[in-house]
Design a binder for this molecule. Structure first.
Ligand SMILES: [Zn+2]
Length: 493
């Protein structure tokens, strides 16, 4: 079964969370009082105990109290009393854009975390639903649904994408991207954004592309129409509340998408972005797979000059971020251009609001890129009165909509703001690198037990991912920090 590994890891996490639900509330209050109070402070935190302590700002607490969002990490449905979401969902249903001949796909467990891709009731060869899980289909079989994005038109280009963020301890990794003048497309999980809003804010302020990756990271083809809507819609709404942008792109967890799911995403104004090459780095929940993942990286590196794939990598674990950093020298020597999906597709205005402008491919790779309108970390606020109005591509061709008119990012767009207006060259300079990260360590709030094991294994192997690995002495520390984090997160919600 294709997705067993990642699902098992996620199950482990949700299992651990379930046991923690009855913990006393004072933990959460204590954690909040000692947590960084904004994104700027959080971006300076490298101690995993601090970075992964839940902090649930009062705005997030308020949003949950006001019933603007479903429970984090659970399959989303429209929240009771959320008339705005209900009305939009009814409009989408009435617009008849959702194909009626596509069945909800069977899952192999009740949690819908594993789709049964081998179901013999489905004709994989004909693949009438353009179901990626069956045939890696990317070109819809149904009318008026745009093709998935999976490669870059320019030669010798690596499309840089990271799924499953934000991670509580990604500062080392985001620093690395900054230092190498790299921009990436980040696919954020809605529930994670809710738990880690300051980390999410850094992603946008650093000039990366932000796209959704569903509310609870389940196999979307196994969910009902309304669940698919809610998973996508609430992810868009939390991104709007935390980042003040309305995204126009998403990636299906496990790649599991068919024309029914695409149509609902499309009705919300989200283009489906998939990949052409997979590092399979999610398998690093088991560090014995390190050799295999390295081989997969090498295989993709060897394709330089022959294709320009969008590549699937993850912000999921320290090991996935670390493995990218280890491989970056080699991959950037092989591929002339390493770019996010905006530059790859020449999308300069990826958000509905249109006031943030990203560089074109030429601008980014010529080293003269300017980013306009990006917020600076210190000014970012979480909006408790979030107004989120997604627009279907059929009504307004913007962002990642096929054929959307893209404003010029050069010489237009008024004043330059924020701290991300640096001239960006896709440079291959190797100054700094891992050495700069000496002494920093991290772990993941959500990956709990498996993360600890991973770091421990990393140390044993001395595999070069020292930037993110932990000293033995801090392991116990991190174990309690993680346990504490899980406890308090569950209490907060
Ligand atoms: Zn994912």
């Amino acid at each position: 079964m294709k997705f067993a590994g990642l699902s098992a890891a996620l199950l482990l996490v949700s299992g651990a969370s379930a046991q923690m639900q009855k913990a006393p509330g004072r933990h959460a209050i204590f954690a909040r009082a000692n947590a960084p109070q904004n994104a700027e402070d959080m971006a300076k935190v490298y101690d995993p105990e601090k970075a992964c302590k839940p902090y649930s700002p009062q705005e997030i607490t308020q949003l949950l109290k006001d019933k603007r969002f479903p429970k984090p990490n659970k399959i989303a449905t429209i929240v009771d009393g959320d008339d705005e979401a209900r009305k939009l969902w009814e409009e989408i249903q009435q617009s008849n854009v959702i194909p009626k001949d596509i069945k909800v796909k069977p899952s192999v467990d009740k949690s819908h975390e594993e789709v049964d891709g081998d179901t013999d009731k489905y004709n994989d060869d004909k693949d009438p639903d353009c179901w990626w899980t069956a045939s890696e289909c990317k070109k819809p079989k149904h009318q008026n649904i745009p093709e998935d994005i999976y490669e870059c038109p320019e030669p010798n280009t690596w499309g840089l994408t990271f799924d499953d963020g934000p991670n509580c301890t990604h500062n080392v990794f985001y620093d690395f991207l900054k230092e190498k003048k790299l921009k990436a497309t980040l696919f954020y999980i809605g529930s994670y954004v809710m738990n880690l809003p300051y980390q999410a804010q850094r992603g946008l302020a650093d000039g990366h592309d932000i796209c959704g990756h569903t509310w609870s990271h389940h196999a979307m083809s196994t969910l009902t129409d309304e669940q698919v809507f809610a998973e996508l819609y609430y992810t868009g709404r939390i991104l709007k509340a935390v980042l003040n942008v309305s995204t126009t792109c998403w990636r299906p967890p496990f790649g599991d998408v068919d024309d029914r799911v695409r149509a609902i995403a499309n009705a919300l104004g989200y283009r489906t972005i998939i990949w052409k090459q997979d590092t399979n780095d999610w398998e690093l929940s088991d560090l014995s797979k390190k050799g295999k993942v390295q081989k997969d990286y090498k295989k993709i590196i060897s394709k330089a000059g022959k294709e320009s794939p969008i590549v699937l990598t993850h912000e999921l674990y320290n090991s996935t971020m670390g493995t990218f950093m280890e491989n970056y020298d080699e991959l950037s020597k092989a591929y002339k251009n390493v770019v996010p999906v905006t530059a790859c597709q020449n999308v300069t205005s990826p958000y509905l609001e249109g006031d943030i402008l990203y560089p074109t491919f030429d601008e980014l790779t010529s080293g003269k890129a300017q980013y306009k309108g990006l917020p600076s970390l210190k000014d970012m606020k979480i909006n408790t009165d979030v107004q989120y109005k997604p627009v279907p591509f059929s009504q307004k061709k913007v962002g990642f909509a096929p054929g959307a008119k893209q404003p010029e990012s050069k010489g237009k767009g008024g004043t330059e703001e924020g701290d991300s207006n640096e001239s960006s060259e896709n440079s291959k300079d190797q100054k700094g690198g891992e050495d700069d990260n000496e002494g920093e360590s991290s772990t993941s709030q959500k990956d709990g037990v498996s993360q600890d094991k991973q770091n421990s294994d990393n140390n044993d192997k001395g595999d070069g991912s020292g930037a993110l690995s932990l000293s033995g002495a801090s392991m116990l520390h991190v174990y309690f920090a993680t346990l504490f984090a899980l406890l308090a997160v569950m209490v907060s919600f």
